[in-house]
Design a binder for this molecule. Structure first.
Ligand code: PAF
Length: 282
């Protein structure tokens, strides 16, 4: 049976009318699906009667000098991947059907959470994410929505919005899926050459240095960060954008790890911006 694909909120709503009494799981994506997304589909499939995947390359979350135009788009392949993963329906709205051009309202998460980490360089990004995710949650009205822990700042912000605005959905964070080298899977890895990919393995390798120290009861943030930096320095091609140790929920910097902390990093290899993180104290 062919996987149904809906392009307007109205069409999707008609389909969902017959399923509203069942549990609905939503996996919001921007397409260019990989094994990381598939792990979200599997989890959603396991926990819900109906699984909806949305694919929308959201212009609101790309800055003027970012990769909106060249962001990978492969709808036919994505459709096959979703079909094989047992997804029930695809929601692939257009910029028009999402009402982006006429949008006068946006969702603003706490500035303290949006402005740190990726917010240093991606001004407006999290406002774009917050707005589109809120719209998707309102359109689909799922019982659960699934997001990757790789985008830890995004996940923390979405959890906060859902709590603050009483949106009736459970936000499920799913572990990062990695290549054998440790490189976190990302749609943007497609931009890297084979050499770039192997150089990019330094990102996770460096985070693991801190994890090893933390397992030996090191709780001093400076020492944990220094261990990461030493390893990063072994690959001169990696251009660090930020490396921060922050509280997992509030995203504010910490000096000592006395509860769950997020060690988050961003940087560039071959001009491609990559992010990764680990949770310390888990
Ligand atoms: O993580 C993503 O792919 C996007 O930021 C999301 C959550 C689908 C919103 O556009």
């Amino acid at each position: 049976m062919n996987l149904p694909v809906f392009t307007t909120p109205k069409e999707l709503d008609s389909y969902l009318q017959c399923h509203r009494s069942q549990s609905i799981g939503l996996v919001p994506t921007m397409g260019a699906l990989h094994l990381g997304h598939q792990s979200l589909f599997d989890r959603a499939r396991h926990e819900n009667a109906v699984v909806i995947v949305s694919i929308f390359v959201n212009p609101l979350q790309f800055g003027a000098n970012e990769d909106l135009d060249r962001y990978p788009r492969q709808l036919e392949l994505d459709r096959v991947i979703c079909e094989q993963a047992g997804v029930d329906a695809l929601f692939v709205p257009t910029v028009e059907s999402m009402g982006i051009k006429d949008l006068l309202t946006q969702v603003i998460a706490p500035l303290a959470m949006m402005s740190r980490l990726c917010g240093h360089t991606r001004t407006g990004h999290f406002q774009g994410v917050a707005t589109i995710v809120t719209k998707l949650l309102n359109i689909v009205r799922p019982e659960r929505a699934y997001f990757g822990e790789k985008d830890a700042q995004q996940l923390a912000i979405i959890r906060r919005i859902v709590a603050d605005l009483n949106i009736p959905v459970e936000i499920v964070g799913c572990p990062t899926v990695r290549a054998e080298s440790g490189l976190a899977l990302s749609s943007r890895n497609q931009y890297l050459s084979p050499i770039g990919r192997s150089q990019a393995a330094v990102i996770y390798r460096s985070l693991q240095q801190a994890q090893t120290l933390a397992a030996l009861q090191e709780i001093n943030a400076q020492k944990l960060l220094a261990a990461v930096t030493t390893e990063l320095d072994t690959v001169s091609e990696f251009q660090l954008e930020y490396l921060e140790l922050v509280d997992l929920d509030t995203l504010q910097p910490i000096d000592t790890v006395d509860k769950l902390a997020l060690l988050a990093i961003a940087g560039r290899i071959e001009g491609t911006r990559l992010i990764d993180n680990i949770i310390i104290g888990r």
